[in-house]
Design a protein around this ligand. Structure first.
Ligand SMILES: [Fe+2]
Ligand SMILES: [Fe+2]
Length: 288
């Protein structure tokens, strides 16, 4: 009740309005957390913890993705004509660069071999930036749940989990930025240009979904083969989690991570909607 009395009523936000753009950019700039990857202090881990890290067949892909994303987002920041949007996108590119740096420092610290990579700047930064955004919407939803599992089960030592906490939270800000950026751009196009943009959005989303499926199959292949122990050990140590529990965890974590930001900004809906629909088909624990 006191909330109703003390909080000023908020005007509804018109998507595509200058207020929408200003809120999007100011939310992004104000919630940026400064830190230097080089100043992070990495914990000394015991041999078993290092082995668990090494067994994860994800590091090469993760470093490559973050490095390529950083360059693409920075290129988009430089190409964007609107100064406020350009500033926010450039900041996002800086954050992605930090992610790549943190992963590089971590793999070096614990002796995980990752070949050096040199990504190339994209020829069409707006298209690549859109695809990156959809990719992050897919990845973050599941990464939030996996991160919570790794944290709560003790699969990763808490000292290490803490270092990656800002990375997770930044991805939450990135996906809010993405859905609002896409909606803003679409709403500011003349009517004739909108069907083409909607098609482009659909294509970007479909391509990212297909690439996620390919990665999942590749990781599964690696887990079935060379990393035989990974699935077994991960399953044993992450706890006995059913698909239903995992999706519920992802939904809960997704909501928790996105909750702190201005409620007038759009939230990613696509993956959570599919996840909620899946829940209806998955058995409850103990159900036959
Ligand atoms: Fe990232
Ligand atoms: Fe990101």
């Amino acid at each position: 009740m006191s909330n109703l009395l003390t909080r000023a009523p908020q005007e509804p936000l018109v998507i595509g309005s200058p207020e929408h753009k200003n809120l999007l950019c100011s939310f992004f700039m104000k919630t940026h957390v400064p830190y230097e990857p080089a100043e992070l202090s990495w914990p000394e881990l015991d041999a078993a913890a290092i082995e668990r890290l090494r067994m994860l067949p994800i590091w090469e892909e993760a470093v490559r993705t973050e490095a390529a994303t950083a360059l693409a987002v920075l290129t988009m920041g430089a190409a964007e004509k609107d100064p406020a949007l350009s500033g926010a996108i450039t900041l996002q590119g800086y954050e992605e660069q930090r992610h790549a740096e943190i992963l590089t420092l971590m793999t070096a610290k614990y002796g995980i071999a990752v070949p050096p990579m040199r990504p190339l700047p994209p020829a069409d930064p707006a298209w690549v930036f859109m695809r990156i955004g959809y990719g992050e919407c897919f990845d973050s939803f599941f990464a939030f749940g996996l991160f919570a599992l790794a944290r709560d089960s003790g699969f990763f030592p808490s000292s290490l989990v803490e270092l990656f906490e800002p990375v997770m939270q930044e991805e939450g800000r990135h996906i809010i930025f993405h859905v609002n950026w896409v909606a803003y751009n679409q709403a500011t196009l003349p009517y004739a240009g909108r069907p083409g943009y909607v098609f482009k959005r659909g294509l970007a989303m479909a391509l990212q979904a297909a690439s996620r499926l390919k990665t999942a199959l590749r990781v599964k292949g690696a887990a079935d083969g060379a990393h035989d122990n990974f699935t077994m050990n991960a399953h044993a140590q992450l706890g006995d989690v059913s698909p239903r529990e995992f999706i519920e965890l992802c939904l809960g974590e997704n909501e928790r991570r996105l909750a702190p930001y201005d409620p007038r900004l759009l939230r990613p809906e696509f993956v959570p909607t599919i996840a909620r629909a899946m829940l209806k088909t998955l058995p409850r624990r103990g159900a036959r």
